[in-house]
Design a protein around this ligand. Structure first.
Ligand code: FAD
Length: 274
């Protein structure tokens, strides 16, 4: 149940919104899908971001800027219509349901980062950055935003910045046993090639212990080499996702399934018939 004295605010500028959330019990409201679920009585004010002009997707200097108020649904539509941001667009198209995707915002999803997030694994794999404002503006890599603890502080997410790169080869996997369930984990794999040689790679999983894991050692195995089944077998030794058991699945089960999926996706990219 919400606090009966809950007050709504509709500021028209970022400084005003940031000033409001400095007060205890006053938080930002994006799509409200998480806030509605928790309905904490300690929330006494909601600062809606709808008047902050953050509902944009722009392309500038080989970068996409996606404002915090953009919904998952809008990213999916933009990706399809403009034939771009394909990894992110596909990942977000698989989240929740159409009506819920039309509510969930990029800003709320970054700050919230639920275990079942469809957003964070592709953003890390794509080397995305996040612009935040807590009185002053900062742009930081999404990985650092999470690992430094910045994610837990009070701030406004203004936008995400994603390098334009249509030349990547990618795979994603949202693992659920039933399609409409929250995913148990999300995997994002990216490769960039220079000719036939791997020039860049990112293997990321979310839903694990410590929220996400990037397998840098496994990625390094492929650098400046031809992608082959032999290298994939070598890399798999370094892909050891660690999970927490829950009421449905043991950590051992989740670890086994995640490893199998990683290997299948890598073999698929390498064109190895399975
Ligand atoms: C039935 C259902 C199924 C779902 N399934 C999935 C799924 O499969 N995959 C998936 O990725 N997500 C899924 N979600 C969404 C996910 O669980 C969160 O609810 C969502 O990511 C929160 O986004 P929001 O915009 O609604 O944030 P809100 O609920 O508005 O806010 C969430 C938090 O972020 C803060 N916040 C909001 N905007 C900003 C901002 N601009 N800057 C800083 N802080 C901000 C708020 O203060 C609050 O603390 C699902 C949700 C529902 C209801």
């Amino acid at each position: 149940m919400f606090n009966e004295n809950l007050k709504w605010y509709f500021p028209a500028s970022i400084p005003k919104a940031v000033q409001l959330i400095e007060q205890p019990g006053i938080i930002l409201h994006g799509g409200g899908t998480r806030i509605l679920k928790t309905q904490s009585r300690s929330i006494i004010g909601l600062v809606d971001i709808c008047n902050l002009k953050l509902d944009y997707i722009k392309q500038k200097n080989n970068l996409y800027h996606v404002g915090a108020a953009v919904t998952f649904g809008k990213v999916v539509k933009f990706s399809k219509e403009n034939n771009c941001l394909s990894m992110l667009g596909t990942a977000l198209s698989e989240a929740a349901s159409t009506p819920v995707r039309n509510r969930i915002t990029i800003g709320g999803s970054i700050k919230d980062f639920p275990l079942w997030s469809n957003l964070i694994a592709p953003l890390i794999a794509l080397d995305a950055k996040v612009e935040i404002n807590n009185g002053s503006s900062k742009i930081i890599p999404i990985e650092e935003y999470i690992t430094s603890g910045m994610i837990k502080t009070k701030h406004l997410v203004k936008e995400i910045i994603i390098p334009e790169d249509e030349k990547i080869i990618w795979r994603i996997k949202r693992f659920t046993l039933l399609k409409f369930e929250y995913p148990i984990f999300n995997i994002a794999i990216k490769f960039k090639f220079n000719g036939s040689l791997v020039h860049d790679a990112a293997f990321v999983i979310t839903g694990v212990k410590n929220r996400f894991k990037r397998f840098n050692k496994a990625e390094n195995i492929f650098m400046e080499k031809n992608l082959s089944e032999k290298l994939i077998k070598q890399a798999m030794k370094f892909i050891e996702p660690k999970f927490v058991s829950d009421y449905k699945y043991s950590s051992a089960y989740k670890e086994k399934v995640a490893k199998i999926i990683f290997e299948d996706l890598l073999l698929d990219i390498a064109g190895v018939k399975q």
